[in-house]
Design a protein around this ligand. Structure first.
Ligand code: NOJ
Length: 534
């Protein structure tokens, strides 16, 4: 079954920007295959790849033109098959990105749907009865586009204008608006079956499941999302019958709903309301030397969501970043980044490393938007592997790269970082190996908060499995911080990160805290420590 998630550690690949094997300036599948050993060497055993399907790329591929075809710029369907095989031969897994809520306005389904005469696709999208109708205020309806079509109607859109919403029906159709179809009408049913076919196609080609884009918003006018939950339960039942091992991860941000709907995990720290940005991505993040941040609101919500997630049998996902977020290195320097990774890789659930974060790749400032990226563009620049041309990403002329690379690529790249024992990359590798070696830190092991107060340092928590308990303490601030903790007689310091790693004086101050029972000690600045309680 999907037990492999229990020790999964993901690497997110934005295919445009990972590795270009044919010198056209854009990443491709063969490039990814050539770097699988590198990904494996990080300790990652799973990959989530952003959409790789044929698309006009108005939204970086989240506008699918042909669900059944890999975008030619990335390669062929056979290349994907080979990618899956190569991944499996390394005992790794891969999730593709499923975009079920909308297509590109260039998708042949939509072109057919625009026609005046009825056809198989007339009800595949959500069209009003006349082009003049307005539809404000319906739950899960993001936009409306009118004009330019032969058909007399306006169509609902999901994200950008070029992404018409597929028709899964309305949970509570307005009787005065007959174009709002019920979820059991033939149009919505046709969409559901079409999406099952899409899933069948890629699962049979070899992928291990999907990260599902905007999963909670397929059915419109569904305020409590009960109809969306039932829809996904139907998809899960179909998978259980035909592809029981298929893993499904939702972009939904409500684990009590998404796990009930049949997803194994839910992305929820990826969004502002989770306060995840308070950790690494504000002007004064908690994980910075300034020491002015707070984790209180983050953990209040986190604990609630973690409990809901566990109750649903799932696991939290904890990302270093993703293709929609500003890169983690924008606010943190390399030393701060190491502590940030020590945190990400000591938390419960499934960590996701966004390509390039493991070397502290920079957010590229002041870029003109590429493929609907807008401010996200700076987080999507090409990976830096070595000190050569285009940092080993591509043999193309630098001006032809998909997105301009950051100027620091001659020193921020894999080759350079590999040579330096103290680099972010080597710290990440040590941390993933350490996590793997210690059951207390495994994905499903318990989490108990020890100390987390508003605007206070340090942060301390315990991870626990049947085999061992681990006290983890973080003080990213530049001031030593006091912590009262009743340490047992026997303990073992098993990992240190930050200044405590190489400063023996600070080492001693930490020991003085822990030498006595009921001790109150100063926990050293800019440090993290993992204490195994025996
Ligand atoms: C979420 C994806 O992560 C984002 O990149 C995309 O633009 C929207 N969904 C629309 O599909």
């Amino acid at each position: 079954m999907s037990r492999w998630l229990d020790d999964a550690l993901f690497y997110e690949i934005y295919p445009q920007s990972f590795c270009d094997s044919n010198g056209d300036g854009i990443g491709d599948i063969n490039g990814i295959i050539s770097k699988l050993d590198y990904i494996h060497s990080l300790g990652c055993n799973a990959i989530w790849m952003n959409p790789c399907y044929d698309s006009p790329f108005v939204d970086a591929g989240y506008d699918v033109r042909d669900y059944y075809k890999v975008a030619p710029r990335y390669g062929t369907n056979d290349d994907i098959r080979r990618l899956c095989e190569e991944i499996h031969s390394r005992s790794m897994h891969i999730l593709l990105d499923l975009v079920p809520g909308h297509t590109s306005d260039q998708c042949s389904w939509f072109r057919e749907s625009q026609k005046h005469d009825r056809n198989e696709y007339t009800d595949r999208y959500i069209w009003t009865d006349t082009v003049w109708e307005d539809v404000g205020g319906i739950v899960n309806v993001m936009g409306l586009t009118r004009g330019g079509t032969e058909r007399n109607g306006a169509y609902l859109t999901n994200f950008f204008n070029a992404q018409p919403a597929l028709n899964y029906g309305f949970a509570d159709p307005d009787p005065d608006r007959p174009w709002q179809q019920g979820i059991n009408e033939p149009g919505p049913r046709g969409t559901v079956e079409a999406m099952k076919d899409v899933m069948r196609f890629w699962l049979s080609l070899g992928c291990d499941g999907f990260r599902v884009d905007m999963a909670g918003s397929l059915i419109k006018a569904d305020p409590d999302q009960s109809a969306n939950i039932r829809l996904w339960q139907e998809f899960r039942a179909f998978l259980d019958a035909e592809y029981p091992d298929a893993v499904m991860v939702s972009e939904w941000a409500q684990p009590d709903k998404s796990l009930l709907a049949g997803f194994h995990m839910d992305f929820l720290l990826h969004f502002g309301p989770s306060h995840y940005m308070d950790l690494f991505r504000t002007e004064t993040p908690y994980f910075s030397r300034e020491g002015k941040g707070s984790l209180k609101q983050f953990f209040d919500l986190y604990m609630d969501n973690m409990n809901k997630t566990r109750a649903g049998g799932g696991m939290m996902c904890i990302p270093s970043g993703n293709h929609d977020m500003v890169r983690i290195s924008r606010f943190l320097d390399p030393e701060e980044l190491k502590l940030a990774f020590a945190f990400i890789l000591s938390m419960p659930g499934v960590p996701f490393i966004y390509y390039g974060d493991e070397i502290g790749m920079k957010y590229v400032e002041d870029l003109v938007s590429v493929e609907g990226g807008y401010e996200r563009t700076g987080s999507r620049s090409p990976m830096a592997f070595d000190c050569g041309k285009n940092a080993g990403f591509s043999a193309a002329d630098p001006g032809d790269l998909y997105i301009r690379q950051d100027d620091s690529r001659s020193t921020v790249n894999v080759e350079y970082e590999e040579r330096d024992e103290r680099s972010v990359l080597n710290e990440v590798r040590r941390l993933t190996a350490f996590r793997k070696a210690h059951p207390a830190l495994h994905n499903r092991s318990d989490f108990e908060m020890v100390y987390c107060e508003d605007h206070k340092y340090p942060l301390a928590f315990i991870r626990k499995s049947d085999e061992e308990s681990m006290l983890v303490i973080f003080n990213p601030s530049s001031e030593d911080a006091s912590l009262d903790f009743d340490l047992p007689e026997k303990y073992d310091i098993v990992y240190r990160a930050g200044r405590i790693r190489d400063d023996s004086v600070l080492d001693e101050s930490c020991f003085s805290m822990s030498d006595k029972k009921d001790a109150s000690g100063m926990f050293p600045a800019e440090s993290a420590i993992f204490i195994r309680i025996i």
